[in-house]
Design a binder for this molecule. Structure first.
Ligand code: NAD
Ligand code: IPM
Ligand code: MN
Length: 350
């Protein structure tokens, strides 16, 4: 099992360290960890946010465990050199078109949600976010209007094959549960192709319960009635926004893991990149206050999807749920526990 660990910037190093320690505590056979630079730190050391050697390391691994990238010092660089290009470049270069973001309120932990307990109870949804298309990867630029004013533009598009492959994956992941496809087909042509293609793909999944929702309504329903959702299928931009929203409904962005998958397989599963959905959190970086649970849960997803180790994945998830119900809470959840203390508490409960 070859794992490329890419901690990145800000709290990325703090949270990946705890996740690696959890993997080590499981005493897995034949794990080799490699560490590489990405993001602002890679730019500062190598002149590029995604150095060639890091990309090679990721390609040669069976899975990538990723922290976060983003550094306010780098926000004025040319876009191609900004830290965020590291994660966008990895997703594109590794063909990771499917991003799974589960959001679940563990039983008895409704009090962690800012929603009323009766609304928070039963949140158990999976956001399937398309990850290599949409306005993220379209042409973009700046130009000057006729009146001499600066104007920015970004091209949004989805082709039918791009939608079809993520829709198929989402129908399979839904496995009979309700699939809600989220778009903005009342305004965007991109979304009309999205919706038509999802409907066409549904013909191959006869028992699938499928509905369609506009993204503005979906944002509202995620707060008003989140347990109505099982699997949400959506594009890159809407998925980015709705997943942060879903994390807040669960209690904190420090709890939500993700898996980014493509077509490449490993001996025991699918090659993937695993990362928390949050960023580098510059406001708390270096203070030992970040919640590492999202990254620890991402490591669990890695064991499940890339290494076929469902039992170990479940052990980690149960340990995290137990720590939470024992009151091991980071500052993001109103508690006092620091990054290391949370990591230790999870390891004790494995
Ligand atoms: P963010 O997710 O980094 O932080 C948002 C808020 O949530 C902050 O108040 C932060 O302190 C808090 N937070 C995030 N993770 C936490 C954790 N594990 N424990 C406790 N609190 C946590 O989003 P942002 O502030 O909008 O972005 C900061 C930087 O991160 C930017 O440069 C952005 O581009 C980048 N970013 C990177 C990724 C990624 O690497 N995949 C994801 C999102 C944002
Ligand atoms: C995420 C992040 C990234 C995204 C950024 C850092 C490029 O917000 O992983 O959710 O927008 O996909
Ligand atoms: Mn995001």
């Amino acid at each position: 099992m070859k794992v490329a660990v890419l901690p990145g910037d800000g709290i990325g190093g703090e949270v990946t360290r705890e996740a690696v320690r959890v993997l080590e505590a499981l005493d897995l056979p034949r794990v080799t960890l490699f560490e590489g630079d990405v993001g602002g730190i890679a730019y500062k050391r190598h002149g590029h946010p995604l150095p060639e050697e890091t990309l090679v390391m990721a390609r040669e691994a069976d899975a990538v465990l990723f922290g976060a990238v983003g550094d306010p010092d780098c926000d004025d660089l040319d876009r191609a050199l900004r830290p965020e290009q590291a994660i966008l470049g990895l997703r594109r270069e590794l063909g990771l078109f499917a991003n799974l973001r589960p959001a679940r309120v563990f039983e008895g932990l409704e009090h962690l949600s800012p929603l009323k307990p009766e609304i928070a109870r039963g949140i158990d949804l999976l956001i399937v976010r398309e990850l290599t298309g949409d306005v993220y990867f379209g042409e973009k630029g700046t130009r000057t209007t006729d009146r001499g004013e600066p104007e920015g533009w970004d091209m949004m598009s989805y082709s039918a094959p791009e939608v079809q492959r993520i829709a198929r994956l989402a129908f399979t992941a839904a496995a009979g549960r309700r699939l809600t496809s989220v778009d903005k087909a009342n305004v965007l042509e991109t979304s009309q192709v999205w919706r038509d293609t999802v409907i066409a793909a549904s013909a191959d999944y006869p028992v699938a319960a499928l509905d369609h929702m506009y993204v503005d309504n979906a944002a509202m329903q995620l707060i008003a009635d989140p347990s109505r959702f099982d699997v949400i299928l959506t594009g890159n931009l809407f998925g980015d926004i709705l997943s942060d929203l879903a994390s807040a409904a669960v209690g904190s962005i420090g709890l939500l893991p993700s898996a980014s998958l493509g077509e490449r397989t490993t001996p025991h599963g699918t090659f993937g990149l695993y990362e928390p959905i949050h960023g580098s959190a510059p406001d708390i970086a270096g203070q030992g206050r970040a919640n590492p649970m999202a990254t620890i849960l991402s490591a669990a997803m890695m064991l499940r999807h890339s290494f076929g180790r469902e039992d170990d994945a479940a052990r980690i998830e149960t340990a995290v749920a137990r720590a939470l119900s024992d009151g091991v809470l980071g500052g993001d959840l109103g508690g006092e526990h620091g990054t290391q203390a949370i990591g230790e508490a999870v390891r004790e409960r494995l």
